[in-house]
Structure formats: structure tokens, C-alpha cells
Design a protein around this ligand. Sequence first.
Ligand code: TXA
Ligand code: MG
Length: 348
Amino acid sequence: QTKLVEITDIEKQKAILEEAGQIIRDGGLVVFPTETVYGIGANGLDADACRSIYVAKGRPSDNPLILTVPDEEGARQAAAVIPPTAQKLMDRFWPGPLTIVLPRKPIVPDAATGGLDTVALRCPDHDICRAFLRCAGVPVAGPSANLSTRPSPTTAEEVMHDMDGRVDMVIDGGPCHIGVESTIVECNGDDGVTILRPGGVTVEMLQEVVPHVQLDTTLVTGKGVPKAPGMKYRHYAPSAPMTVVVGPVDKVTEKLQALYDQAKGEGKTVGFLVSEEVGASFPHKDMYIWGRHGDKEALANQLYTGLLSFDSDQVDIILAEGIDDEGLGLAIMNRMKKAAGGHVVIVG
Ligand code: TXA
Ligand code: MG
């Protein structure tokens, strides 16, 4: 039985957050909101509790978990050292959508790190989340609260679809503001970081703090073994096959029209995940409008909800409009490419 609670006032509803913290210390599972996507939480220092996350998600257990903490103090519970570069990143971006990979302390179990000698640490920019983490008093292992391979949930309703009956409590804190997962980095010496997963903190933002920002080569080439083990899995994926088209409004519309005509010829139903401007050319279709053409914040925010809506509608194929790679676009296109199994077409 999953208890669903809506938190609107942290002070007045403190007792519920205390109860959630107690569930964590007792080895149970609590889903919590963050600014990126919802997370499924367990005591990150308790191997059995961590293992129950893998069961709830149906996730391969070699894929390590992020430990979620309310502040830098929390990070010190799990990290053996915080090198100067990591300190700079925390000072600038915490709380916020940046996860930092650091050497782990021995108290962090293999069940949390998938046997790695490092631990990924994240401090979300979300008041309800951090109040809950303070009540828990331990680092909370917190992967996204979806069944493995499904798109991550950004509302409590989407969480319940996947997790009802699989967790003890779901904290509803409203829709997530950003909509794609945090950026994951590892530090290279005194002046560099490698991005293992692009996210809410962009390359451009990181460059303001560290001179050398590079991408894990598998992100660039699509080949080899990614340093964030989770990046190798089919992921963020809707049930239907998907094609993403990127370019100016007229060219995207032209290409989508051709793909639509072809699908219709094969008797298939089509879902559109497009901007207002492109959507105007396809009236009366199964349509999910993500915002104005080129608006990255809007697309990040609506991407997973749009993909999940097509799972409910059971369309045969999805035709989506993507965005350029600059800024938040890098994270969005990373997720879209995975959701589309690499079917991305650039036009114009
Ligand atoms: O925004 C987020 O980060 C969300 C919210 C809920 O906080 N969480 C999230 O967790 O996306 P998850 O488990 O879905 O993704 C964690 C990623 C995986 O790709 C995993 O392989 C990688 O982080 N990871 C975890 N620990 C790592 C480590 N020690 N070294 C490298 N990659 C690691
Ligand atoms: Mg995930």
C-alpha cells in the first residue's frame, strides 16, 4: 500500500516529512520531488534498502545510485575527500542540478555504488526535498522514480503510474521545474571536469567556474563504454518508435509531413511532440505541444510528460521536433536521441 501525500506547507506538515524520514531510516522507500525529476529514495548507507530500489525499479544492479543530500555537510558523510574543484562547483551550483562523482567513504555500501570506489552526490534545489532529506538524516539513494527504461516522472501522477504498490510513500511536491535529470561530472585535477551526463547545469555555466570542461567521449561518438554506467542502457524511452527532426519551422514541418504521409499510408497512428509553430500545420492530430519553437526550457519541462502521454494514447509512432545542442539543448537532445534510438534527422 503506497501512501500519497501532497505537501504545500513545509512547516505545517512537518509531521509527514518526519514520518517520511522515519520510513527511510527503517529501510523503506519514499518517492520525493526535486527540481529535475522525481526520485525514489532509500537509506543510502543501508545495503538492503539500496537493493530494494533495484527491485522496485526493475533496474540492473550494476547501475550505481546517486546519493541525495540536503547540504555540503551531508556530502561529507559519504565522500572521502572534497577536492578544490569539487568545492568550487558546490559553492557555485549547490543546491542545484549538478551531481558530482567523488571518492567514497567505506560506510557507503557496494549496493549503492554498484561496486565502484566512487559515489555520485547531489543536493537538489527544492525546499520540500531538502526538508525531507534533513528529516531522514542520512544520504538518500535517489534514482529517478520510473520503472527502468521508461521516461522519468515529473509529476506525482506519473510517479503513481509506475510506483503505486512498489514504495511506502510518495511525496507530491507539484510538477518538477526543470524536467530533465541533473548534470553529472567528475573532476580532473585542479582545473577540469568531465561531463558524464548533460543536464540542468550547462557546459557554458560550468566553464564560468572551471577552465577545462570536456564531454565523456561516448557522449560525443556514441561509441565505447560510458563512465556513468546508466548511460549505456536504453533509456527515457516511450513504447512507440520515435523520430526526431531538428531545424527551422518550415523545414521541420516539411519533413514531418513526409513522415506522417508515409505512416498514414501504412495505416499507423501518429503522435506529434512539437512546437506551437510546427503543430499549427497538423491540426486535429494526436498532438503534444511543448511550447514556442526554440524554447529550450519549455521543451525540457514538457519532454517526459509528452512521451508518457503517447504511452497512454498507445500511438504506433511518435514524430518529434528537437532543438539545437547549445546550453540546455545538449541535455534535451541527449535524452531525445536515446528515446528515439538514434533516429534524429537534421534539416535545413
Ligand atoms: O536529476 C537527477 O539526477 C535525478 C533526481 C531524482 O535526483 N536522479 C537521477 O538518478 O537521474 P538516476 O539513477 O536515474 O541516474 C543516475 C546516473 C546513472 O546513469 C548512473 O550510472 C550514474 O548516475 N552514476 C551513479 N553513480 C555513479 C558513479 N559513482 N560514477 C559514475 N556514474 C554514476
Ligand atoms: Mg533515471
